[in-house]
Design a protein around this ligand. Structure first.
Ligand code: DAK
Length: 276
């Protein structure tokens, strides 16, 4: 892999888009390598993923404008499909994915973060959908996912004006769950960089998710994602099925057993997913 780094620490996997010179812009190779990396994740042991960009300045500065500029209609469609397939794979990935947004998340960068379950960002993060300024519409789900996350009015304002927003505003409108700042000592010196603080916060959140019952967590993701696509009557049926699916599992027996036995630690045994 040239542009993707993947490392696993316990039950948390971290995928880094590693094309720092181009601010981690998404070209076809990045999308292919990201796709292959997702396929290689060992779902028996990894329970939560973090997606981030290399360096301090940019998460992903969008789709690669240089590569896109010369595409024919047919090539543009193929590029769009490649991106959409990977983004959808992330969105429907069996385990939660946290986007750790370290700087620019523009166009395809904002869109890939919205394909993740949760977004946390450093305080230098900048979000935006600048596509209309480039003569195109947001093509990797931006018109759909942004409106679902922040409401149609705010999404329309961001998309029609192509105005970027900073971390604090992204937090205010509910686009990100948490904003993380560098740690500074009394002398005003940075002791932990914004990127390191962000990754520590992302890892803490991921470890918290990974410590929960994995079948239940997977089923919650499915229930929320699938339930949001249908009306409430159908959504409740989806929830019922996924609730029922948790019973007779190792997780449910151990989880409820721990409570009934007043086990203070309430630790679930780490059993490979396939044996649960
Ligand atoms: N693509 C390619 N290269 C990029 C890039 C991008 N999106 N963004 C930055 N770079 C490169 C720059 O060209 C520069 O390369 P060198 O000149 O050093 O070789 C390097 O990264 C550093 O960038 P700057 O020198 O510009 O750095 P600054 O700090 O001055 O500015 C910036 C940072 C993020 C404000 C600026 O780079 C910028 O505005 N970048 C473009 C942001 C943008 O417009 N992103 C949206 C791209 S459009 C589709 C699906 C999806 C899409 C399209 C179609 N279909 C379904 C068909 C998605 C579209 C997009 O994402």
């Amino acid at each position: 892999m040239e542009y993707i780094l993947y490392e696993v620490n316990g039950a948390v996997g971290t995928i880094t888009i590693n094309r720092e010179k181009a601010l981690n812009a998404l070209n076809s190779q990045v999308l292919d390598e990201l796709n292959a990396t997702l396929d290689s994740v060992d779902l028996d042991t990894v329970r939560c993923l973090i997606l981030t960009g290399a360096g301090e300045k940019s998460f992903v500065a969008g789709a690669d404008i240089g590569e896109m500029s010369t595409l024919t209609k047919a090539e543009g469609e193929a590029f769009g499909k490649k991106g959409n397939d990977v983004f959808r794979k992330l969105e429907t990935f069996p385990i939660p994915v946290i986007a750790a947004v370290n700087g620019f998340a523009l166009g395809g960068g904002c869109e890939i973060s919205m394909s993740c379950d949760i977004r946390i960002c450093s305080d230098n993060a900048v979000f935006g959908q600048p596509e209309v300024g480039l003569g195109i519409t947001p093509g990797f789900g931006g018109t759909q996912r942004l409106a679902r996350l922040v409401g149609a009015g705010m999404a329309k304002q961001m998309i029609y004006t192509a105005r970027n927003i900073k971390a604090a505003e992204a937090y205010r409108i509910g686009l990100v769950n948490q904003v993380v700042s560098a740690e500074v000592n009394e002398a005003g010196e940075t002791v932990v960089s914004a990127k390191d603080a962000l990754m520590a916060a992302a890892n803490k959140m991921a470890a918290g998710i990974a410590a929960q019952a994995p079948i239940a967590v997977r089923n919650c993701k499915k229930a929320i994602n699938e339930g949001l696509q249908v009306d409430m009557d159908q959504a409740i049926v989806i929830e019922e099925k996924l609730f029922g699916d948790c019973f007779e599992t190792e997780d449910q027996r151990a989880g409820m057993g721990n409570f009934l036995e007043k086990d203070k630690e309430k630790k679930l045994k780490v059993v490979p997913f396939k044996n649960r």
